[in-house]
Design a protein around this ligand. Structure first.
Ligand SMILES: NC(=O)c1ccc[n+]([C@@H]2O[C@H](COP(=O)([O-])OP(=O)(O)OC[C@H]3O[C@@H](n4cnc5c(N)ncnc54)[C@H](O)[C@@H]3O)[C@@H](O)[C@H]2O)c1
Length: 336
C-alpha cells in the first residue's frame, strides 16, 4: 500500500453533508480507501454517491446502525481515521419524537468513541453542530460561547459533543470536535429550509415561512464545510488534537431574506411567500466566529451566499427525480 494511503471510516456518509464529503474525498485522494457506514434512514440516500465511486474497490458500503457495537468495532479496527457524521439531524422532528435522537446522536457516538478507545485510530473527527450554542449571546459565536441547546436535537448533539470531549480527557482519544453552522447545497433533504423553499417554488406552491422569518443563521455552503473537514483531516495532529473548531461563513442572514433571494434567483413572485406560526425550539440568531479555523487551518468559507444559492437552485431544478421521492413526507410533516 502506498505510504500516503489511508482508510477512512465515514459514518452517515449517505446523508447530505456526509455524501458531499465522501464524494469529495474519493475524488481528491486517489490512494484513500473509504468505508461508509450508514443505516439509510429516511435521510440517507445512496443515489447521493457518484456511480464511479460505488463501482470502485476503494469504496465499501456497510448498511448498518451506529449503535451496533460489534460491527462498529470491526470497522474502526481496520480504519486509520474516523469521521463521524451519522445523526438524526432535524430540529423539528426532534420536537415531536426525540427518543431516536438520543439513541443515535448520543449513544451512537458513545459506541463509536468506545470503539476508538479499544481500536486506536490516528484521529477521530466528530461532527457536532452550532445548534449546541443556542441563540447567540455575543455578536460572533466563538468556541467558548456557552452551550445552551434549545431543542432536543441540539441537546442530543451537545451530549455527544461533551461525550467526545470527556473521552479526550479520560481516555486520551485523538479527537477533534467540529461545529459546522447551517449548511446548504446539493442533496440536502427537502425537510430543511432552503431545499424546502426551492422545491415549493419549483412547484409554484406556497413558500412557508415560520413566524416572521426574522431569525437569522450563518449559512455555509456544503463544499466549504467539506474543505474545512479535509483540512482537519490533514492538519498536523498536534495542531488539531483536542480542539473544538467552528466552521461558518461569519455572515448571518434571516430566513425571510433567504426565501426572497431564492425567489429572485428562480424568477418567482414574492406572492408565493406564506406565513405560519413559529415553531418552538428555534434559535433566533446564529453567527460564527471562524477565527480559530482561520488560524489553525488556514480555512475560511469561500462561497458567497448568492453563488451558493444559485448552485443549490440549479441542483434541485435539474434533479426533480432526486426530490420527488420525498414529497409524500412533506405533506405529512406539514399536516402535523
Ligand atoms: N445540515 C446542517 O446544516 C448541519 C449543521 C451542523 C452540523 N450538522 C451535523 O452534520 C452531520 C450530518 O448532517 P446532515 O445534514 O448531513 O444530516 P442528514 O440527516 O442529511 O444525514 C444523516 C445521515 O446519517 C445516517 N444515520 C442516521 N442515523 C443513523 C444510525 N443510527 N446509524 C448509522 N447511520 C445513521 C442517515 O441515514 C443519513 O445518511 C450531523 O451530525 C449533523 O448533526 C449538520
Amino acid at each position: 500500500m502506498p505510504s500516503n494511503s489511508k482508510t477512512i471510516l465515514i459514518t452517515g456518509g449517505a446523508g447530505f453533508i456526509g455524501s458531499n464529503f465522501v464524494n469529495y474525498i474519493f475524488r481528491k485522494y486517489p490512494n484513500y480507501k473509504i468505508i461508509l457506514l450508514d443505516a439509510l434512514t429516511y435521510a440517507g440516500n445512496l443515489d447521493n454517491l457518484t456511480p464511479e465511486m460505488k463501482r470502485n474497490d476503494r469504496f465499501r458500503f456497510y448498511h448498518g446502525n451506529i449503535t451496533r457495537a460489534d460491527m462498529v468495532n470491526a470497522l474502526v479496527e481496520e480504519s486509520d481515521v474516523v469521521v463521524h457524521f451519522a445523526a438524526e439531524s432535524h430540529v423539528t422532528r426532534s420536537i415531536y419524537d426525540n427518543t431516536i435522537f438520543f439513541t443515535t446522536d448520543v449513544l451512537g457516538t458513545q459506541i463509536l468513541a468506545n470503539a476508538v478507545v479499544n481500536y486506536p485510530v490516528e484521529r477521530f473527527i466528530h461532527i457536532s453542530s452550532s445548534e449546541v450554542y443556542g441563540t447567540a449571546l455575543s455578536d460572533a459565536m466563538d468556541e467558548d460561547h456557552p452551550l445552551n441547546p434549545l431543542s432536543p436535537y441540539a441537546a442530543a448533539k451537545a451530549g455527544a459533543d461533551r461525550l467526545v470531549y470527556s473521552y479526550m480527557h479520560t481516555y486520551g482519544i485523538p479527537a477533534v470536535i467540529v461545529r459546522p453552522f447551517n449548511n446548504y447545497g446539493p442533496c440536502q433533504h427537502i425537510e430543511k429550509a432552503i431545499p424546502n423553499f426551492i422545491v415549493s417554488a419549483l412547484q409554484n406552491e406556497p413558500v412557508t415561512i415560520h413566524g416572521q422569518g426574522l431569525s437569522s443563521r450563518d449559512w455555509t455552503f456544503v463544499s466549504d464545510t467539506c474543505e474545512g473537514v479535509d483540512k482537519i483531516l490533514h492538519a498536523d495532529l498536534d495542531t488539531v488534537k483536542g480542539q473544538t473548531i467552528n466552521l461558518g461563513s461569519e455572515e448571518d442572514v434571516n430566513v425571510l431574506d433567504i426565501a426572497r433571494m431564492i425567489l429572485k434567483i428562480m424568477k418567482k413572485p414574492e406572492s408565493l411567500l406564506n406565513y405560519t406560526e413559529d415553531r418552538p425550539g428555534q434559535v433566533s440568531r446564529h453567527i460564527a466566529c471562524a477565527k480559530k479555523a482561520r488560524n489553525l487551518l488556514g480555512w475560511e468559507a469561500t462561497i458567497k451566499l448568492e453563488e451558493g444559492l444559485e448552485k443549490t437552485v440549479e441542483f434541485y431544478s435539474n434533479n426533480p427525480k432526486w426530490w420527488e421521492r420525498y414529497l409524500w413526507m412533506k405533506e405529512l410533516w406539514e399536516k402535523n
